[in-house]
Ligand binder design. Structure first.
Ligand SMILES: NC(=O)c1ccc[n+]([C@@H]2O[C@H](COP(=O)([O-])OP(=O)(O)OC[C@H]3O[C@@H](n4cnc5c(N)ncnc54)[C@H](O)[C@@H]3O)[C@@H](O)[C@H]2O)c1
Length: 277
């Protein structure tokens, strides 16, 4: 069978930040491949919405929801224990949670997205969610995958900004002085590049236990952003457009299944060709 290696029947996948825009897509992708899916997110209300929308297209017993704040190691362990007691082995971990700070440029006195003013508490919070959270979940779920000899797969959701720096011209606002121009914050680049380091580290660390680790680096997804921003960004992308939210599903299915059994430690960049220009 051509696609038998994509079959995830009998496997359980846990996704962090699963109630967000792409988290739900990862959930839909893995459900479509036959996996049992554990949707986790810090927001209980958003998880309920995600559950309701995903169960429209699948058997509701295929989806479990758990509130997890990925910055809280105790909570990660409690959920791991609960799932184990309920007979679920996590075969696939998708580290997807992140805080994506919106670049607005309407802050009045001081533009805090800029490096000169970037608040330390924001640095700490964003790194805690986007990078430390991936480490903590990998520590708990990856260790379990390595321990019982059955192996597993860890997928880190990075970004095209893991391979190049943000083009700050995208965020410029007419009429503002340079020192008030909003920018994509430094945290995003640091976290996403850090995830690639974590990916390579984990890929080699547990390779002899058959735990693979790869990263997926999406380009910007169209989600109703303003026309001017969309036009500016599209002009930097050879395909001439932003991604649709469902365009990463097939890559998630590939990377989380035996279809990618010889891929390990890689960063799959899906950016419409932006990094090729
Ligand atoms: N949307 C894009 O254009 C795009 C592009 C490239 C990469 N990405 C990456 O894809 C991933 C998902 O992005 P998205 O667009 O779906 O973002 P999103 O903001 O829609 O979803 C992120 C989710 O993470 C959750 N979250 C926040 N803090 C958390 C915490 N402490 N613990 C657990 N969950 C927490 C939020 O509640 C939210 O549901 C992120 O890693 C993002 O950086 C997104």
């Amino acid at each position: 069978m051509a696609f038998e290696k994509f079959n995830l029947s009998g496997k359980t996948a846990l996704i962090t930040g699963a109630a967000g825009l792409l988290g739900r897509e990862h959930g839909a992708a893995l459900l479509e491949s036959g996996a049992q899916v554990v949707l986790t997110d810090v927001s209980e209300s958003a998880l309920k919405v995600a559950y309701t929308s995903l169960t429209k297209n699948c058997d509701a017993t295929k989806i479990i929801t758990k509130v997890i704040d990925v910055t809280n190691p105790q909570r990660v362990r409690v959920v791991a224990d609960e799932l184990k007691e309920d007979g679920f082995r996590i075969d696939i971990l998708v580290n997807n949670a992140a805080i994506d700070p919106k670049v607005k440029g309407d802050q009045g006195v001081q533009e805090t997205s800029r490096l000169e003013n970037f608040p330390l508490d924001q640095w700490d919070l964003q790194v805690a969610v986007g990078l430390t959270g991936a480490f903590l979940c990998s520590q708990v779920f990856g260790s379990a995958m390595a321990k019982d000899g059955k192996g597993g797969m860890i997928l880190n959701i990075a970004s095209d900004l893991s391979v190049f720096s943000p083009d700050q011209r995208l965020y410029r606002k007419e009429g503002l002085p340079d020192d008030m121009q909003p920018v994509k914050p430094v945290t995003y680049s640091v976290i996403k590049a850090g995830l690639i380091g974590l990916t390579r580290y984990l890929a080699t660390y547990w390779a002899d236990k058959n735990v693979r680790c790869n990263a997926l680096s999406p380009g910007g997804v169209f989600n109703g952003q303003g026309d001017e921003f969309v036009q500016r960004l599209s002009s930097l992308i050879p395909l001439g457009r932003m991604a649709q939210r469902d365009e990463y599903r097939a890559a998630v299915q590939f990377l989380c299944s035996d279809a990618s059994s010889y891929m390990n430690g890689q960063n799959v960049v899906m950016d419409g060709g932006r990094s090729a220009w």
